[in-house]
Design a protein around this ligand. Structure first.
Ligand SMILES: Nc1ncnc2c1ncn2[C@@H]1O[C@H](COP(=O)(O)OP(=O)(O)O)[C@@H](O)[C@H]1O
Ligand SMILES: [Mg+2]
Length: 366
């Protein structure tokens, strides 16, 4: 059981580079928190500070309300699964899993029992005598997780543990880690650059960019109410469309006008009124755009004409790239039955209730 708190934690490397800046983040006991962001944003650095493998330049780090800035890794009661797995090549699977327990002086019989049990949970009990090089990528990944499980730590830290697996195995391993988390009832802190992993695994997601935490919340809230343009664009595939737009209106009704269409705004007047006649960024997710023949009931759409440029049939959906009157590009996820061909003009229907507005300067959500 572990509760973790970063309080204004900053990491400046010896060369002066600030990799993590003023990180404030609380991770609750038994939570599955996913730390996500593009490569180089400071995820591994944050995790390594928590594991005790990297010094903290300033700020405070607490595990179970105990300040651990200067506590050595072995005393932190947490286990880390590395992206590279870091298995010892000359040792068998059993010995890899048993190694840390031997260092701790756990009795042999206990070690055997704990390794057997972890191996069973992970479905690798028949592989215990093999060496790492005799395993597939997926099996190695399980051994790396198994090595963490046997220690029975109060928190698991995982740094992109699935990134070396092929796409199909990754989907399977994702579900297995979710189940494992439920079974163990332990805090999981999971680092990934993959937004799909973040959305599907985390009970909460923390999104970082350039060393700065952008937003922490449940996947659904972050997806529906992103704080800023970065977060809005990071989650979702294809990404949210961002269009240059103007706010117009009077006291009764505000509109946002972009390219060749205007959308009514239902936002509260106070936040919008200061943007009248100013440029803003309009965000529209691809799935908030419909083909007229397949508009679900209950949506009051606004029509926009566009010229289809690229069509990708994905089976369950049709990804359509199209050009608006002002030359801007818009991508939509349409019903796969909509038959469109490049070059044709199509009427797209936008759900004006599900749009996002951002300040052009600050890039924050309005
Ligand atoms: N030992 C180091 N010295 C200097 N800069 C480093 C060091 N380790 C990492 N960095 C830099 O810090 C930034 C964050 O790195 P990292 O935490 O590994 O990012 P992520 O895991 O999100 O990809 C990167 O720009 C990286 O180049
Ligand atoms: Mg990393």
């Amino acid at each position: 059981m572990a509760n973790v708190r970063f309080e204004r934690v900053t990491k400046q490397y010896d060369n002066g580079f600030v990799a993590v800046k003023d990180l404030n983040l609380e991770i609750c006991d038994r939570e599955f928190l996913v730390l996500v962001g593009p490569s180089g944003c400071g995820k591994t650095t944050s995790l390594r500070m928590l594991a005790g493998l990297e010094t903290i330049s300033s700020g405070h780090l607490y595990i179970n309300e105990r300040r651990v800035n200067d506590l050595p890794p072995k005393d932190r009661d947490i286990a880390m699964v590395f992206q590279s797995y870091a298995l010892y090549p000359h040792m068998s699977v059993f010995d890899n899993m048993a190694f840390s327990l031997e260092l701790q002086g756990v009795p042999k019989a206990d070690i055997r029992q704990r390794v057997q049990q972890a191996a069973q949970q992970l479905g690798i009990e028949t592989l215990l005598e093999r060496k790492p090089k005799q395993l597939s990528g997926g099996q190695r990944q399980r051994v790396a997780v198994g090595r963490a499980i046997v220690r029975n730590p109060s928190a698991f830290l995982m740094d992109e543990p699935l990134s070396n697996l092929d796409a199909k195995l990754r989907v399977q391993a994702r579900a297995e880690l979710n189940k494992l988390h439920k079974r163990l009832g332990t805090t999981f802190i999971y680092v990934t650059h993959d937004q799909v992993e973040a959305m599907t695994m985390g009970s909460r997601i923390a999104i970082m960019n350039q060393g700065i935490l952008q937003q922490v919340d449940t996947p659904q809230t972050i997806y529906e109410q992103p704080n800023n343009i970065f977060v809005a664009g990071f989650l979702g595939s294809p990404s949210m469309n961002f269009l240059q737009a103007q706010v117009t209106g009077d006291n009764n009704q505000f509109w946002v006008k972009a390219a060749n269409f205007s959308l009514p705004l239902s936002k509260n007047a106070d936040s919008i009124s200061q943007y009248i006649d100013q440029t803003v960024v309009l965000g529209i997710r691809p799935e908030s755009i419909y083909h007229p023949h397949y508009l679900p009931p209950g949506i009051m759409p606004v029509d926009v004409q566009a010229e289809v440029s690229v069509v990708e049939l994905m089976g369950h959906e049709l990804i359509v790239y199209a050009t608006l009157a002002d030359g801007s590009e818009i991508v939509s996820r349409l019903d796969p039955r909509a038959s469109l061909v490049p070059g044709e003009t199509v009427t797209l229907q936008i759900d004006s209730k599900r749009i996002h507005l951002f300040d052009t300067e600050t890039e924050q959500t309005i």
